[in-house]
Design a protein around this ligand. Structure first.
Ligand code: NAD
Length: 476
């Protein structure tokens, strides 16, 4: 079973009325893949589905379905495929699906009936037969499914291999794919709070525990070196990382490089980790030349997000995460910060999952995630990294929104995050902004918003405008 869909076609299965075509089209647009709707392909090739059923019978229709699926799955590009509800009854289809990442879009029989009873679907004419068919198909969907979803976010999370559920730390043993050995890399502070539960959940699979420093000092070459020397697993093993973004960045990079790459699974314990750092496969350590300067793209086999772990998070750390939640809200154009924390986590994790699936190597649309970050990095550098990241991101968002010409959004971010202007050297901040990784020829390429939910990537603005926006963020 594939743990995620990065290198696979995504096939949506489920009963009629589950929303496969609708969600399939939306998900395909999100991840920049082509949608192949098998029922539509069949209808396009000739008669309507109802006509095929009437003239040739269900068995003939099932053969058309299998043939269309075979053609789609042989395509070189990675697709999103919406499969007709009954296709899983065909042996060949179930066999073909073993090569794809299959998401079962679940729907209960009563809801499905309400949705399709007035359509002209040949199998939605008699309610009793409809319910019986629903019953009969459940085990078939379960047999082919790599993951289950009930909505669009659920599809994105499943496809990225991200599991979001309160209490999921207890289920870690079976959530980590495979049955090979596991080594746990844990932030020393977090290990003291949630480590025992993680160890118990991993059970017999756990062969070693490595505690690493709390916070940014974990992302040092010396800590990585100790980890490399200490790891015992072979290629069949998995590194599980328990902690915030610093722990998952370090452990992920260790997993990317140890034995030329072993599987890894972050279990983020901060809001920053759950909505951002643990998702999308970017891993890195810091070197004297700069933060995150040495790293690798290494997609996690599974991300296990347990929002209940945030109950022990200090408020200052929560504020860091809230800045990323607000950033995501601006990018999707919805006030995500008004949701409950578990819902914030799920929505933001789903958004990041989809963006990273669309652009796993950060060559295009993933760049939108840097909204506000060019300014944030400049302020952090000028403050000698004494400024909390969340505070810096909040200020950075203000600058990006101001340059976007969105004063209402500036006021909104000001109200929600209430950042304080730092007293830093203006020239130092300006020089750091020019050195930002995204700068071309010293001129930063910014992420701005055309409107909430409509990001603009790679925008260049005259130096004077950018510097004025930066200056506004600095006290004194
Ligand atoms: N790879 C990526 O895509 C990506 C994205 C964003 C940020 N990052 C990186 O993430 C790092 C920041 O991560 P962070 O903000 O999660 O900070 P962190 O990992 O430093 O954790 C912050 C503090 O919270 C404590 N903590 C963690 N979980 C806790 C819990 N549940 N209860 C109590 N205390 C807890 C830690 O011990 C630590 O002291 C940075 O190094 C940044 O570069 C990476």
């Amino acid at each position: 079973m594939a743990p995620h869909a990065l290198a696979h076609h995504v096939v949506l299965v489920g009963f009629m009325g589950a929303g496969k075509s609708t969600f399939g089209a939306q998900f395909a647009a999100q991840v920049g893949r082509r949608l192949v709707d098998i029922d539509r392909e069949i209808a396009r090739a000739g008669d309507s589905i109802a006509a095929i059923f009437e003239r040739d019978g269900e068995a003939a229709f099932r053969e058309f379905e299998a043939a269309e699926l075979r053609t789609a799955l042989a395509t070189g590009e990675r697709l999103v495929v919406a499969l007709g509800g009954g296709a899983v009854e065909t042996d060949e289809v179930r066999q073909l699906l073993t090569s794809a990442f299959v998401v079962w879009l679940e729907v209960d029989a009563a809801t499905a009936w309400e949705r399709v009873r007035h359509s002209n679907r040949p199998l939605a004419r008699d309610e009793t037969a409809f319910h019986a068919r629903w019953e009969r198909r459940q085990p078939l969907y379960a047999e082919v499914a790599d993951a289950i979803a009930v909505d669009l976010d659920g599809i994105a999370l499943a496809a990225a291999g991200v599991h979001v559920e309160s209490g999921s730390l207890e289920q870690l043993g079976w959530l980590i794919p495979g049955d090979g050995p596991v080594e746990l890399v844990a932030d020393v502070h977090v290990a003291g709070i949630h480590g025992v539960e993680a160890q118990l959940a991993l059970g017999d699979r756990l062969v070693a525990v490595h505690e690493v420093p709390a916070g940014e000092p974990a992302k040092a070459a010396a800590v990585l070196d100790r980890l490399w020397r200490g790891l015992k697993i072979g290629r069949d093993g998995t590194v599980v990382a328990l902690g915030g973004g610093t722990t998952t960045d370090l452990a992920g990079f260790a997993a990317a490089t140890y034995m030329r790459g072993v599987a890894w699974a972050p279990v983020p314990t901060t809001l920053v980790g759950q909505v951002d750092a643990a998702i999308g496969g970017k891993t890195a350590i810091d070197v004297p030349g700069g933060k995150n300067l040495v790293g690798a793209f290494h997609w996690p086999a599974r991300v296990v997000i347990d929002p209940a772990l945030l109950e022990t998070l200090p408020d200052a750390e929560r504020r860091n995460g809230l800045a990323e939640v607000v950033k995501t809200g601006l990018l999707v154009g919805e006030p995500l910060w008004e949701l409950s924390e578990p819902q914030q986590v799920r929505r933001c994790a789903a958004f990041k999952s989809a963006v990273c699936l669309a652009d796993p190597h950060d060559r295009g649309i993933r760049n939108q995630l840097n909204l506000g970050h060019t300014f944030a990095h400049a302020l952090e550098a000028a403050a000698g990294y004494e400024l909390p990241h969340g505070e810096a991101v909040a200020l950075g968002l203000l600058a990006a929104l101001q340059l976007s010409g969105l004063p209402d959004q500036v006021a909104l971010v000001q109200k929600v995050l209430q950042p304080t202007k730092p007293r830093v050297d203006r020239d130092l901040a300006w020089a750091a902004l020019g050195r930002d990784k995204k700068a071309t020829g010293g001129r930063p390429r910014l992420v701005l918003l055309e409107a909430p939910g409509r990001p603009l990537i790679g925008v260049e603005r005259p130096d004077a405008e950018v510097r004025a926006a930066l200056d506004l963020l600095i006290a004194g």
